[in-house]
Design a protein around this ligand. Structure first.
Ligand code: B16
Ligand code: MG
Length: 217
């Protein structure tokens, strides 16, 4: 019996991946190597620190911890500069409508993201009031595929994990939802998200009716 819907941010509610990509590409360029869109796929859903580790691995570079901390901060400043101008028009198709449908159906809602910039993004998109709980990278110690972020949402919403549905675009996020014993709805490519209970191209293709059917299977 479904009681709550937990939403990933980047790739589900908004495409911030393109801004992360521009910022990381700039860092790579300054370090003297090329960082492609294909490489960027590996950073989706992964924390900032882990993203930097992967980036340096791609460039074949090792750096002391303090240099890495400086680079992570510099990347974030570049990223913040890029997202500053974001508007509600950048909300992905169907996302706002589906969130409102969840409220109308009596489901609780949560944002479950690795991003430490989630509060700012919600403010820019003007959708903060559509979430009962915001669980972001500042409140979670283990990143996806660890289920911590989703289990924390269930705890704060006071619902059992088995009564939660998760909406995720990243493979690691689907793995996390499955290990949290939640219904896993993949947003994107079924070939990548093959552990999901259902995969749709975007929230615009979903309705409460389809969600209920998936939950009752
Ligand atoms: P920040 P999600 C993730 O968001 C992004 O997909 C990932 O690319 C990024 O590194 C991570 O947030 C951390 O973001 O640097 O803003 O803390 O998909 O978990 O909503
Ligand atoms: Mg994501």
């Amino acid at each position: 019996n479904l009681k709550a819907c937990l939403f990933d941010l980047d790739g589900v509610i908004v495409d911030t991946a393109k801004y992360h990509y521009i910022a990381w590409r700039q860092i790579a360029e300054e370090l003297g190597f090329e960082f492609t869109e294909r490489h960027n796929e590996r950073l989706k859903g992964v924390s900032r620190q882990r993203s930097l580790e992967i980036l340096l691995e791609i460039g074949g570079i090792t750096l002391p911890a303090e240099e890495m901390a400086k680079l992570a901060e510099r990347k974030n400043n570049l990223y913040l500069e890029l997202i500053r101008r974001m508007t509600p028009e950048e909300i992905l198709p169907g996302a706002q409508e589906f969130l409102k449908a969840c409220w109308a159906a009596g489901y609780k809602t949560a944002l479950a993201t690795a991003s430490r910039n989630a509060a700012l993004i919600l403010e820019l998109l003007q959708i903060g009031s559509l979430f009962d709980v915001v669980m972001d990278g500042n409140k979670v110690s283990r990143t996806k595929p660890d289920p911590e972020v989703f289990l924390n949402c269930a705890r704060d919403l006071r619902v059992p994990p088995a009564a939660c549905a998760v909406f995720e675009d990243a493979e690691a996020g689907i793995e996390a939802a499955v290990s949290a014993n939640m219904l896993a709805i993949g947003i994107g490519d079924p070939a990548i998200l093959h552990h999901a209970d259902l995969v749709v191209p975007g929230l615009a293709s979903l309705s409460i009716e389809i969600l209920r059917q998936a939950a009752n299977k």
